[in-house]
Design a binder for this molecule. Structure first.
Ligand SMILES: NC(=O)c1ccc[n+]([C@@H]2O[C@H](COP(=O)([O-])OP(=O)(O)OC[C@H]3O[C@@H](n4cnc5c(N)ncnc54)[C@H](O)[C@@H]3O)[C@@H](O)[C@H]2O)c1
Length: 314
């Protein structure tokens, strides 16, 4: 049994990770300031005596009242509408917040797992994206508050590993979806499902030929837990976690409409600035080092997500 501190533990991935860890007998300390989540979403988790909540911003020093074996950092505004609404908070959490958590891990002699993102590859010039690719990020564009804060977070993590020998792990997470997403979080999967369920027009950026690779939440979190458990020496470098099945956004819209049996039409909007044209993870490293690969197909995962979201929005 380990005690795992999850920063951002009230969010979409955090709640799912907390559930998986509690289910195997770990204790979970959730640290969250609810900037993009709500305490009511923790009701089930808070009924578990092995789960405790510290309501605070991770940019201020964290003083847990028990010893910690692992620090998992999932705290950050994560969807484009969130980080564009909170640009300064996003930069602060990726810099001051990450440095605080690294200090905490160091003082507790704990492992540190950083959730980074495929966004560090920017609009990639290499396809699929392998961990050795350095990326193509516009450092001053509107999305840079997120992309650069994650790139800083990776640099800070590696510096702590090199300087202090801290046991660190970095997951580069690609688009993840599933039950528990907020219907209004602005991500493409939740937006299309919500609009189709409500019989509204589906708002598609550009002509829908841009591609994304969508990973079901249970698969992704299983990957995060495997990374947390892995032999420290094997996982010194960042690891891509995502589903390598690649779909155009237009294909995603068609699947959602078909599964919901919706007659909603599609309306095309201008592409956001610096929107990546292609996204697909190379997951060879995760397969080799963690024995991990996703198992849930997009059709199955969408069906489960639609069922869950229908109960919320209808
Ligand atoms: N979901 C995805 O598709 C995806 C893809 C790539 C990377 N990630 C990364 O995974 C992590 C979790 O993503 P998510 O989808 O669960 O996002 P989310 O918005 O649902 O959850 C993030 C949580 O962090 C909390 N938080 C933000 N700033 C904080 C601060 N300063 N102090 C304390 N808590 C703070 C929020 O209140 C929220 O509960 C993020 O770091 C994100 O960048 C997610």
């Amino acid at each position: 049994m380990a005690t795992v501190l999850i920063a951002g533990g009230a969010g979409f991935l955090g709640r799912s990770m907390a559930s998986q860890l509690l289910a195997r007998g770990d204790r979970v300390v959730c640290v969250d300031n609810f900037i993009t989540s709500h305490r009511s979403e923790l009701t089930t988790l808070e009924s578990n005596p092995m789960f405790t909540l510290l309501e605070q911003d991770i940019c201020t020093p964290i003083e847990p009242n028990s010893s910690i074996d692992a620090v998992v950092n999932l705290a950050s505004p994560a969807s484009p509408i969130d980080y564009l609404k909170f640009p300064i908070e996003t930069l602060r959490v990726g810099s001051l917040g990450v440095l605080n958590l690294l200090e905490l891990a160091r003082s507790q002699d704990a492992k540190f797992l950083l959730s980074s993102t495929s966004e560090i590859y920017g609009d990639p010039l290499e396809h699929p994206q392998v961990e050795s690719y350095w990326g193509n990020v516009n450092p001053i564009g509107p999305r840079s508050v997120y992309d650069e804060s994650k790139r800083f977070a990776e640099a800070a993590t590696m510096a702590h590993r090199r300087t202090f020998g801290l046991d660190t792990r970095i997951a580069r997470i690609f688009n993840t979806y599933g039950p528990g997403m907020r219907p209004n979080d602005g991500r493409v999967v939740s937006t299309f499902i919500r609009q189709a369920l409500l019989g509204e027009e589906l708002t598609m950026f550009g002509d829908g030929s841009q591609t994304r690779s969508f990973c079901y939440v249970d698969d992704l979190v299983r990957g995060l837990v495997s990374l947390l458990d892995a032999d420290a020496l094997l996982v010194a470098e960042p690891i891509n976690l995502g589903n390598p099945d690649e779909f155009t956004v237009a294909e995603l819209a068609a699947l959602v409409l078909d599964l919901i049996d919706s007659s909603s039409t599609v309306v095309h909007l201008d592409l956001p600035e610096n929107d990546p044209t292609r996204r697909r993870p190379d997951i060879s490293r995760a397969k080799e080092l963690l024995g991990w690969s996703p198992t849930v197909s997009l059709v199955d995962g969408l069906a489960r997500t639609i069922e869950h979201m229908a109960a919320t929005v209808l």
